[in-house]
Design a protein around this ligand. Structure first.
Ligand code: TXA
Ligand code: MG
Length: 313
């Protein structure tokens, strides 16, 4: 199929209304969207990404009223987090309403809700009218796309449209918080840190390994964020013997002949650049990407989470 490239949110929304799939920019990463109530369009998302059917999708809304249509029993904690962090890089998991088709949530009785703050995303959502379910717009298992070109690379010819925007500001996916229980539980680290969440709801805690295994967040069971090249984590003080086709990304410069090297001025810049760095490593035929570890505060915790997953076999 031909994939239409456009900068017009109105054109992109028309394609959604006709039952199509549209990749669109957000402040975290690019998403691949379909109307939450359109089962056939949602099937196209799973097919295009080759995504396992048990991996639930996040519903993107332009307003809090739209969130209420998709959920039942919005907890007090959820209300507090919504008031503080929407719109922004936070996804809140709540009990889903009967109107949400099972395919959207991988068969779960809960649904993740997010309101992006990205201007073009907001215009697109407003024009769509209905909420838009969207996973990251990459082939399943590949690094999330932070540019529209990366979406073309993975999904060109497999989806109906790409709404072209700027490169993603944050570069890592949203923080996912389960708000269905007594206390909020962080299922996936992201740009909103656990410290910030605790500022609003002090009892917020990280999920235990066992909880993740029990299927609270099925997406985290699957292989994730990986380039084809091998990813190796190294501490700032570690010495490495540079292989012939090696790459390095981190905060501190290193000597040695790397085929590809990026020294980031801050942890924010590291987070912003890492997925595109992985993709470039694959384009360049890099065999090993060395990633310097960072301290796990603020977005550093989310970055380390993605680096560890990328380094898993
Ligand atoms: O920043 C983001 O979140 C991006 C942009 C496009 O919004 N989206 C994204 O979607 O990263 P995806 O599908 O690649 O990752 C969604 C994550 C998965 O780990 C999934 O398991 C979890 O959120 N998730 C979604 N709905 C859930 C639910 N009802 N219960 C538990 N986890 C859920
Ligand atoms: Mg994803």
């Amino acid at each position: 199929m031909d994939t239409l490239l456009t900068t017009s949110p109105a054109k992109a929304a028309e394609i959604i209304q006709r039952g199509g799939t549209v990749a669109f920019p957000t402040e975290t990463v690019y998403g691949l969207g379909a109307n939450v109530f359109d089962v056939v369009a949602i099937e196209k998302i799973f097919a295009a990404k080759q995504r396992p059917p048990d991996n639930p999708l996040i519903a993107h809304v332009g307003s809090v009223e739209r969130m209420r249509v998709l959920t039942v029993g919005v907890t007090e904690d959820a209300e507090l987090l919504v008031a503080r962090f929407f719109p922004g890089p936070l996804t809140i998991v709540l009990k889903k309403s009967a109107r949400v088709p099972a395919i959207a949530t991988g068969g779960l009785d809960t649904i993740g809700i997010r309101m992006p703050r990205h201007q073009l995303a907001r215009e697109f959502l407003a024009k769509c009218g209905e909420p838009i379910v969207a996973p990251s717009a990459n082939l399943s298992g590949r690094p999330s796309p932070t540019t529209w070109r990366a979406v073309v690379e993975d999904l060109g010819g497999r989806i109906d449209c790409i709404l072209q925007g700027d490169d993603a500001e944050i570069g890592l996916e949203s923080t996912v918080v389960d708000c269905t229980g007594d206390v909020p539980i962080v299922l996936r680290m992201g740009a909103v840190s656990i410290e910030e969440l605790r500022h609003v709801v002090p009892a917020t805690r990280k999920s235990t390994f066992a909880e993740l295994g029990q299927g609270r967040s099925p997406g985290l069971r699957h292989r994730h964020y990986s380039p084809n090249s091998r990813v190796v984590l190294i501490a700032p003080v570690d010495e490495v013997a540079v292989p012939e086709h090696g790459a390095f990304i981190g905060l501190h410069d290193r000597s040695g002949e790397f085929r590809q090297k990026l020294i980031c001025a801050s942890v924010d810049e590291y987070a912003h650049s890492v997925f595109e760095f992985f993709r470039e490593a694959d384009r360049q035929g890099v065999t090993t990407v060395y990633c310097e570890t960072v301290s796990e505060t603020g977005i550093g915790a989310a970055l380390m989470d993605r680096l560890r997953r990328a380094a898993e076999d």
